[in-house]
Write a protein that binds this ligand. Structure first.
Ligand SMILES: Nc1ncnc2c1ncn2[C@@H]1O[C@H](COP(=O)(O)OP(=O)(O)O)[C@@H](O)[C@H]1O
Ligand SMILES: [Mg+2]
Length: 256
């Protein structure tokens, strides 16, 4: 089967003020299957965001290419929804108008847009806040709104860069559960970056571990835990075992 997303020898170099090039990402090869949920973990500065931004079409690679459905990425596209840690909502628009915003370019009627927006607002649990402005919402609610907005456009791929990184532990767990329940219904392909090892294992069927200086792939760890991922699974010895394995790969890797 053709992978949904294929990183092929992807590198990114930045010029430094000293004139030497800094390698943020070195020769990344990675295939992500259609409908797969992968997470990417690694220390700060290992090139996670760089890799995702290249797949999103927001940054060009210095070498190699990313293919989406076998076609090289040349820029952003509607089939790839991007969610960042900072919610990026329009402060002057209500929750509903923020969610509808992405649909305005889709050529749908006002009635259709409203229906789709309300469906996703409901799905992320913001029904009672559809008319609220972002400044009146908690961080977790703002991020729910951002997720609803990304989902409403119906992208086949979700690229998420530490989307829950700024949230407290309880909200984070709630949003993880919600994201997995949406994913199991709609089976988008998800590339989810996190620096939280528990989160990486809980969500993914494969955890991609990266290393820094230069940013590169270190190891891919299969997470052979069944979906749906329940609280029971989160507390199981199998989960703990996998979490420890990922933790070691990130923080105490065997010498290479
Ligand atoms: N625009 C840029 N110019 C120069 N260096 C950059 C730029 N963007 C990222 N970097 C550097 O590239 C490395 C990887 O960054 P990034 O992909 O953001 O890492 P991560 O998301 O894993 O923390 C870091 O050392 C960072 O400082
Ligand atoms: Mg980052």
């Amino acid at each position: 089967m053709t992978p949904k997303i294929s990183f092929q020898g992807v590198s990114k170099r930045f010029d430094t003020t000293g004139g030497t090039a800094f390698t943020a990402l070195n020769n990344l090869d990675l295939d992500i299957e259609d409908g797969e949920f992968i997470t990417v973990v690694g220390p700060s500065g290992c090139g996670k965001s760089t890799a995702m931004n290249i797949a999103a079409g927001l940054t060009p690679p210095s070498g190699g290419q990313v293919l989406v459905d076998n076609a090289p990425v040349k820029g952003p596209g509607p089939e790839r929804g991007v969610i960042f840690q900072q919610y990026a909502l329009f402060p002057w628009l209500t929750v509903r108008d923020n969610v509808e915003f992405g649909l305005t370019i889709s050529g749908r009627s006002k009635v259709e847009r409203r229906k789709i927006a309300d469906h996703f607002i409901d799905l992320v649990g913001l029904k009672d806040f559809a008319d609220a402005l972002p400044k009146t919402l908690s961080g977790g609610m703002k991020q729910r709104c951002a997720i609803a907005r990304a989902y409403a456009v119906n992208p086949k791929i979700l690229l998420m860069d530490e989307p829950f990184g700024a949230l407290d532990a309880l909200t984070r767990v709630q949003l993880q559960n919600q994201l997995l329940s949406m994913w199991s219904k709609e089976r988008r392909t998800v590339m989810f970056i996190t620096h939280d090892v528990d989160e990486a294992v809980f969500l993914a069927s494969r955890v991609v571990v990266m290393a820094a200086r230069p940013g590169r792939l270190r190891e891919i760890i299969e997470v052979a835990l069944p979906y749906p991922r329940t609280e029971e699974i989160r507390l199981s010895p199998e989960f703990a075992e996998l979490r420890n394995r990922v933790w070691r790969a990130v923080y105490h890797p065997a010498p290479q």
